[in-house]
Write a protein that binds this ligand. Structure first.
Ligand SMILES: *Cc1c(COP(=O)(O)O)cnc(C)c1O
Length: 349
C-alpha cells in the first residue's frame, strides 16, 4: 500500500490548442467577433476597489436577466463557470444512481470524462451511419441521459420530435440537453420544459455571445431540479462566478440586438464557406452550428490537410478517433479569415 493507491486517476479531456502567437484560429468554436459594446462598457465601469468583496453567491442579477430573456422564473435558472462547470455539476447532481447514463458514441468527449471522474457508469448509444440521431438506443433502462443538440463535432441537429420521444419515454431519468450551439439556427428544446419536469437545458455564452474568456454558462430546468443543482454547488464552492464575469454576463444576456446581428453574420459566412468547400469536392453536411464538419475530397487525408494548414498558421480541429478521422472540424471565422482559409486550401489541394 502506498499513497499511489489512493490517488484518483483519470484520463483528462483535451481542449483545442490556444497558440499564443497570431494565427487564423478555427479550432475551438469561439466567436470571431468581440463581445457586445455593452459588455465592454460594463467591464470598464467595474470598480477595482469592489474586488475586496465576495461576489453574489446567488448570482441573482444574472439569473434574473436570463430568466427574463427566455420567459422563465429565476428559480429555473442555474449559472456556472462556463457550461463545462454547469455540465459537471449536472453529472454530479443528477447521475448519482447505479444504472448507466446514456449518451451518443460520437458527441462532446467531455461527457465520458465526467462520468469517469465521478465514477458514474455509462453506455454509449451509436449514431446512425450518416451521424444522424437515433432515439431508439435511448429507449432502455438507464440512470440518466445526455444529448448534445446540435451535436459536436458533427454539426448536425436532431429532430425535436425524436428528442421529445426520448424525454417522454424516460420520465424517471433526468435528460440533459447540451445546447452549446443552438443559437446558430437550430431548434431549442425549451418548449419541452413546460411539459416535462425531467428536462435540463444547458447553454453557454462562450460561442454565440463571444465570452469564452470570461467563462459563463447556464442551465434551465424545473425549480426542483435547479434547487438540487444549487444544493450541490453550495456543497462544492459557493462563489463560482467572479464579479466581473457576473457583470459582463448580465450585459451580454441583455443585448439581444447585437447577439442576433453577430450570429446572423456567422450564419452567412458559414453558408458561403460550405459552398466553397463543396465546390472543391469536400463532403459537408448541413451545419446548425458555428462550425463545419467537412470530409476532404478522395485522395486527401484529413490528418495531412490538418498538418499542412497548421504549417500555414491556420488551425482547425482533427480528431484521431474511429468514425471521425476522415473529417476536419472548421470553426467559422470572419469573412476575411475564411477567404484566406479557402485561398490557402486551394494552394494545398
Ligand atoms: C464549447 C462546448 C461546451 C463548453 O463550453 P464552455 O466554454 O465551458 O461554456 C459544452 N458543450 C459543448 C458541446 C461545447 O462544444
Amino acid at each position: 500500500m502506498s499513497f499511489s493507491d489512493n490517488i484518483r486517476r483519470v484520463t483528462p479531456y483535451t481542449p483545442g490548442e490556444q497558440p499564443q502567437r497570431k494565427v487564423i484560429k478555427l479550432n475551438t468554436n469561439e466567436s470571431p467577433y468581440p463581445p457586445s459594446p455593452q459588455v465592454v462598457e460594463a467591464i470598464r465601469a467595474i470598480k477595482a476597489s469592489k474586488l475586496r468583496l465576495y461576489p453574489d453567491p446567488d448570482c441573482r442579477e444574472l439569473r434574473e436577466t436570463l430568466a427574463e430573456e427566455y420567459g422563465l422564473e429565476p428559480e429555473q435558472v442555474f449559472v456556472g463557470v462556463g457550461s463545462d462547470d454547469v455540465l459537471s455539476m449536472c453529472f454530479l447532481t443528477f447521475f448519482a444512481g447505479k444504472k448507466p447514463v446514456l449518451f451518443n458514441d460520437i458527441t462532446y468527449s467531455f461527457y465520458e470524462v465526467w462520468a469517469d471522474v465521478y465514477r458514474i457508469p455509462f453506455e454509449t448509444v451509436p449514431l446512425r451511419d450518416d451521424f444522424s440521431f437515433d432515439p431508439k438506443g435511448f429507449l432502455k433502462e438507464n440512470g440518466g441521459i445526455v444529448i448534445c443538440n446540435p451535436n459536436a463535432p458533427t454539426s448536425l441537429e436532431a429532430e425535436l420530435a425524436d428528442i421529445e420521444k426520448v424525454v417522454a419515454e424516460n420520465q424517471d431519468s433526468v435528460v440533459l440537453i447540451d445546447e452549446a450551439y443552438v443559437d446558430f439556427g437550430a431548434h431549442t428544446a425549451l418548449p419541452l420544459l413546460k411539459k416535462y419536469p425531467n428536462v435540463v437545458i444547458v447553454r453557454t455564452m462562450s460561442k454565440s455571445r463571444a465570452l469564452a474568456g470570461l467563462r459563463v454558462g447556464y442551465a434551465f430546468g424545473s425549480k426542483e431540479l435547479i434547487k438540487a443543482l444549487h444544493d450541490v454547488k453550495f456543497s462544492v464552492n459557493s462563489y463560482t462566478l467572479n464579479m466581473p464575469a457576473l457583470v459582463a454576463g448580465v450585459a451580454a444576456a441583455a443585448d439581444r440586438e447585437y447577439f442576433e446581428e453577430t450570429v446572423d453574420r456567422v450564419l452567412v459566412t458559414r453558408e458561403k464557406t460550405k459552398e466553397a468547400l463543396r465546390s472543391f469536392g469536400f463532403t459537408v453536411p448541413e451545419s446548425r452550428t458555428n462550425f463545419l464538419f467537412a470530409k476532404p475530397p478522395e485522395g486527401t487525408s484529413a490528418e495531412s490537410l490538418f498538418e499542412k494548414l497548421k504549417e500555414k498558421d491556420i488551425y482547425v480541429r482533427f480528431f484521431k478517433k474511429p468514425r471521425l478521422s476522415d473529417y476536419l472540424r472548421i470553426t467559422i471565422g470572419t469573412d476575411a479569415e475564411m477567404e484566406q482559409f479557402i485561398k490557402v486550401l486551394q494552394e494545398i489541394l
